[in-house]
Write a protein that binds this ligand. Sequence first.
Ligand SMILES: Nc1ncnc2c1ncn2[C@@H]1O[C@H](COP(=O)(O)OP(=O)(O)OP(=O)(O)O)[C@@H](O)[C@H]1O
Ligand SMILES: Nc1nc(=O)c2ncn([C@H]3C[C@H](O)[C@@H](CO)O3)c2[nH]1
Length: 222
Amino acid sequence: MRKKGIFIAIEGPIGAGKTTLANLLNDHLCYTLLREIVEENPFLSKFYTDIKEYALQTEAFFLFNRVKQLEDVNKNILSKCKGVVSDYHIVKNLIFAGITLDNNQFHRYKQVYNIFVNDLPQPDIVIYLNSNTDVLMRRIACRDRSFERQMDRNYIDNLRNEYKYYFNPLSIKHNFTGKGPIIIEIDNSNLDFLNNKSDRKYIIDKVEKAISSLGGNSECSN
Ligand SMILES: Nc1ncnc2c1ncn2[C@@H]1O[C@H](COP(=O)(O)OP(=O)(O)OP(=O)(O)O)[C@@H](O)[C@H]1O
Ligand SMILES: Nc1nc(=O)c2ncn([C@H]3C[C@H](O)[C@@H](CO)O3)c2[nH]1
């Protein structure tokens, strides 16, 4: 019998489809949805005009907000044996900070990250969503957030590479705490899980299989 609810986190570069998939999975599973803070970050739009200048404030804000969100979710949801679908994993702080901060800042940021992350709930399942850079750029443009209009292709390319490094099977043990989550890697370049039933089933089947291997419940109870 599990003592905690199943915790599923979705990760991947900007525009990979995390929020879209989190909504869809959550509708299917009837878990609690945890959404990342975006518009609330007062530094983010300035960050996109001058990454070097605003990186430290931006990364610090994201880190401390996520720590608070995950502490709350642990106390109020997971510990009551209810499941959570999150559209981020805390490791994204290191992935972004690794390319936006200078070496000195990153070294100090990582020390703070490590202090907090050990006490946070770790996901049981991580869905790593990826797409090629052309598709990511196209989807970011279609979504048309005002602060992402001048998105630099090199930034997205660097992010994709950093994600690849973090989710490389050889480095997963080192990058994720505890015994490590079940990782489900999905290339979302040619899928359309919003409109295509079989694409949706493809993902849901994988997730349900992972949930049942953990002794969890993937059926909606209401
Ligand atoms: N498989 C797909 N096919 C077509 N469009 C998609 C697909 N997945 C996502 N999209 C679209 O791409 C855009 C980006 O998706 P979404 O907002 O879910 O990405 P995200 O990974 O949450 O991004 P961010 O990192 O910025 O939060 C949205 O407009 C969404 O509708
Ligand atoms: N610098 C930086 N660090 C983060 O931890 C981080 N997390 C998300 N984002 C940006 C990406 C999208 O524009 C938007 C939505 O994901 O917010 C981040 N940017």
